[in-house]
Design a protein around this ligand. Structure first.
Ligand SMILES: Cc1cc2nc3c(=O)[nH]c(=O)nc-3n(C[C@H](O)[C@H](O)[C@H](O)COP(=O)(O)OP(=O)(O)OC[C@H]3O[C@@H](n4cnc5c(N)ncnc54)[C@H](O)[C@@H]3O)c2cc1C
Length: 259
């Protein structure tokens, strides 16, 4: 079974983030790492390919500056190869443009199953994978906490607020996984060495038949008008218990209309 995993490469969340003062976009000029959210998808895909007794895992990523650092981490985990779409004309792409690029790259890989995370760590619109599914004309199942493939069908336990729904879908399909669906493995030293020589097919938007009216700033339907600091949290009120603390707590909850 051939599985494609969408892998977003993001600035290290541990490093201070910077916004471009002109476009308000996150500056992505430095080294990018594998988004933690996508490590779950990579692990899930490796386990499903294993369980199916064959096939391979292909990574698909769109990132600036030919960046492959995050892809190499996922290749070191065990993915076989990657498709990277990287091109200056993609700068300023919004989520829909990103989905168009990913869909065009995924179409080339002809997968049985496409896996993505429910949302990325840096942009977290949570919209890209379902847009990819729509563009590819595939069914999508979101918020998967368990995924099994049975012949030409994928069975998913879909997380809900009350518990989970059991959903089945014909393959090929797009499935988004939640953090915790599986425990991502750490790349071994052997895996890290092997990843250095695994193929990464680097494409431009034009290679995928996409032009500046569909992707990049020219194709974006969203514009970031301004960015403001989040309001600082006000200090909480300390209630010293003089026998009436429970009443004060009840009053407070009533004010919030919780009681
Ligand atoms: C007006 C505007 C301009 C922007 N300009 C830029 C820009 O110049 N450069 C830039 O990097 N970003 C830019 N962004 C942000 C970028 O569009 C989003 O980060 C991107 O579309 C993905 O959305 P998300 O992070 O919300 O992903 P989500 O929808 O939250 O992601 C869910 C999952 O989809 C998959 N996925 C998402 N993005 C990718 C990807 N790139 N490659 C592989 N898999 C992916 C991953 O599995 C991810 O976990 C811009 C956004 C806007 C609104």
């Amino acid at each position: 079974m051939n599985v494609v995993v969408c892998v977003k490469q993001i600035p290290d969340p541990a490093a201070p983030a910077a916004l471009d003062p002109g476009t308000h976009n996150l500056v992505r000029s430095g080294k990018l790492i594998l988004d933690d959210s996508d490590a779950y998808g990579v692990e899930m895909a490796l386990q499903l390919a294993d369980a199916a007794g064959g096939g391979e895992v292909t990574l698909v990523s769109m990132a600036p500056n030919g960046e492959t650092s995050g892809l190499r981490t996922a290749l070191a985990m065990g993915a076989a190869k990657a498709i990277l779409v990287s091109d200056d004309s993609l700068a300023g792409s919004d989520a829909l443009s990103t989905a168009k690029v990913l869909a065009a790259a995924i179409r080339r890989a002809e997968p049985d199953l496409v896996i993505a995370a429910t949302e990325s760590t840096d942009g977290y619109t949570g919209t890209t994978p379902v847009q990819v599914a729509e563009l590819l004309g595939l069914p999508s199942v979101t918020f998967a906490k368990k995924v099994e493939v049975d012949g030409q069908t994928v069975k998913v336990e879909r997380q809900t607020e009350a518990g989970y729904d059991e959903v089945t879908s014909p393959l090929p399909a797009v499935v988004t996984v939640t953090a915790g669906v599986v425990e991502p493995r750490y790349p071994s030293f052997k895996g890290i060495m092997a990843a250095k020589s695994k193929p990464v097919d680097t494409l431009t938007a034009a290679d995928l038949g996409l032009d500046g009216s569909q992707v990049g700033a020219g194709g974006a339907r969203q514009q970031i008008i301004s960015v403001v600091e989040a309001e600082a949290r006000s200090a909480g009120e300390v209630v010293v218990d003089e026998g009436d603390a429970h009443e004060r707590v009840i009053q407070f909850l009533e004010q919030l209309k919780i009681l």
